[in-house]
Design a binder for this molecule. Structure first.
Ligand SMILES: C[S@@+](CC[C@H](N)C(=O)[O-])C[C@H]1O[C@@H](n2cnc3c(N)ncnc32)[C@H](O)[C@@H]1O
Length: 288
């Protein structure tokens, strides 16, 4: 019998994953086959007619089966790209989302790459925000806080991998623990913001595999912003700003929370899909 080629296994895997109802079946099949074969996706396309050996098929099939049970590709391969850098992820870190890159773009727009800022990343997860800011701004230093020991360990490992661990202090604790110190120019946060009701409607890929505490702060979804806003205001230097990721329906509510804490020039920024995604709020340069 003729051996299966890369093209054959990609076709069969896509069909299997479509039947299982997972998101992005074709891309999932390509990423997992490329990972199993130790090559990047472009190399896979150049090898479409290559026959696969039994040992290679044995590497690919279990990964496709895991994806068929809903496990995200990032967790199967153990990493996800963010702002063009690979980040290790695990069951205790939220899988970084592309829309979160908007927070980095806002920092670069606001302060420029030459800025020597002191920043805080509240709810670091895999460390994508703190590590990327430190990578993009050679003069930046800051703190990354998370309540999850597993997430904090992943964030520290990612900082070491990208050569910026010496400029980030990793704190295991609550948002408020690092804000109490004060003296920040920039505060970034992608806090848990999914309400209990929204969580019940999320796909099984999220509910079965992502940490609920990374997503849901409480019944309303606004609890983290309520605790962060007044403490962030007190912790920022005059003229500093906070940029907080939000759910697409939360722009008005979160703007109101930051306004009540004393912030000015509050605006909502949209992501590439045209959805409200970040609330940006300034602490006045003079608070007299
Ligand atoms: C939505 S995830 C964001 C992770 C990462 N910053 C990203 O953008 O991919 C929120 C993170 O906040 C952490 N977290 C939740 N409540 C917290 C609290 N009160 N203090 C510190 N971290 C908290 C969770 O453990 C989780 O890692």
């Amino acid at each position: 019998m003729a051996r299966q080629t890369v093209r054959d296994i990609l076709g069969k895997s896509e069909e299997y994953l479509s039947g299982k109802g997972v998101d992005s079946p074709r891309l999932s099949a390509q990423l997992l086959a490329a990972f199993a074969l130790g090559m990047d996706r472009m190399r896979l396309f150049l090898d479409l007619d290559r026959p696969l050996g039994d040992a290679e098929l044995d590497l690919i099939r279990p990964l496709i089966a895991r994806r068929g049970r809903g496990e995200p590709v990032a967790m199967i391969v153990g990493e996800k790209e963010f702002f063009c850098r690979p980040f290790a992820v695990c069951s205790e870190t939220l899988t970084p989302r592309p829309e979160t890159e908007l927070l980095i773009e806002i920092v670069l727009e606001r302060v420029g790459r030459a800025a020597a800022i002191r920043f805080a990343d509240l709810g670091a997860g895999s460390g994508v925000l703190a590590v990327t800011v430190a990578c993009e701004l050679a003069g930046a230093a800051g703190v990354a806080v998370d309540v999850s020991p597993g997430a904090l360990a992943a964030a520290r490992a990612n900082a070491e991998r990208h050569g910026v661990a010496s400029r980030i202090e990793f704190v295991l604790g609550d948002f408020g623990d690092v804000l109490a110190g004060g003296g920040y120019d920039v505060i970034l946060t992608n806090p848990p913001y999914v309400s209990e009701a929204e969580y019940a409607g999320l796909s099984r890929e999220v509910r079965d595999f992502e940490s609920k505490s990374a997503l849901v702060p409480g019944a309303s979804g606004l609890e983290a912003y309520r605790s962060i806003a007044p403490a962030a205001y007190a912790a920022l230097s005059p003229g500093g700003f906070v940029a907080a990721e939000i759910g697409w329906t939360q722009g008005e509510a979160v703007s109101g929370i930051f306004g009540a804490a004393g912030f000015e020039s509050i605006r909502v920024r949209k992501d590439l899909a045209g959805l409200d995604r970040v609330v940006l709020a300034d602490k006045p340069a003079s608070t007299a």
